[in-house]
Design a binder for this molecule. Sequence first.
Ligand SMILES: NC(=O)c1ccc[n+]([C@@H]2O[C@H](COP(=O)([O-])OP(=O)(O)OC[C@H]3O[C@@H](n4cnc5c(N)ncnc54)[C@H](OP(=O)(O)O)[C@@H]3O)[C@@H](O)[C@H]2O)c1
Length: 297
Amino acid sequence: MVTGAGGALGTDLVRVLTAGGERFRAFLRADLDITDPAAVEVAVGDWAGGVDEPAVLLNAAAFTAVDLAESDADAARAAHAVNADAPGLLASACARHGARLVHVSTDYVFDGRGPAGRPGAGYEPDDPTGARSVYGRTKELGEQRVRDALDAHHVVRTAWVYGDTGANFVATMARLAGVRDTLDVVDDQHGSPTWSADLAAALVALGRSEAPPGTLHATGSGATTWCGFARAVFEELGADPGRVHGCTTEQFPRPAPRPAWSVLSPTSWTTAGLDPLPDWRDALRTAVTRHPELLGR
Ligand SMILES: NC(=O)c1ccc[n+]([C@@H]2O[C@H](COP(=O)([O-])OP(=O)(O)OC[C@H]3O[C@@H](n4cnc5c(N)ncnc54)[C@H](OP(=O)(O)O)[C@@H]3O)[C@@H](O)[C@H]2O)c1
């Protein structure tokens, strides 16, 4: 069962489950509002009661307008309802109906200064969190609600996700390449671009696996900066990556603070017996080959 099926990740979860011949039900926001306790209870109960094996719920629904949540009180309330309260509802319903929950979370739960005492290393799942944005705090709370309500859970933190639906960094850079001679892109934030198709395949593999419950990290392999990511998009366009100039976070202020260090260690994922996600640079090439519209083609 997939919630948030119309989002970037949700769309790819549906594709992966369809290609794998899985029996599943996908809920768009219009079909299931995950903040509605009665609707969640009915949906999870119906699905879990209708399958032979233990049901797996993949929650891809979230309030992801990070800057809006920071600057607008109504948006902050909505973020809290969707990212903090609703995962608790889903987890409680899963507990009542014997289902497992794979819940997706984010690098924004960390303060972005990197793991203490391990400079240059990726965050491990048990490193202390300390979100600095409204969005990050709501996701941090959501994780905790899941852990509190349900043993049979996986909280999977990811980062820098792009897909072929909705606004995303790749399409934005490709569009700007066509209208600007040069581009300033932040070069002091580090992370791992994650193609939603790779993440979806990884989450489905997790759902099928015997991996013990807990918190895991899953992103594209390797790391770069937003500037490095933008230069890679220019390379895929056949444009000169030298047109992309590095700038600092201070030169590009945003309402919500961005983590300077978003790199998540893959160790928890591989230790659980799961295949690492492809290298981020290779994934970008595959993504734009499969979805040339990302490059405006
Ligand atoms: N994108 C990233 O860079 C990134 C990074 C780290 C972690 N994540 C996490 O990855 C997961 C998937 O994100 P994404 O990039 O696929 O986000 P997305 O494209 O914004 O998709 C989220 C989906 O959730 C839906 N939704 C919102 N409120 C809902 C509600 N009350 N009930 C049911 N559905 C609701 C949205 O519908 P509407 O569009 O109609 O609102 C949208 O279809 C989220 O947990 C996110 O926090 C994303």
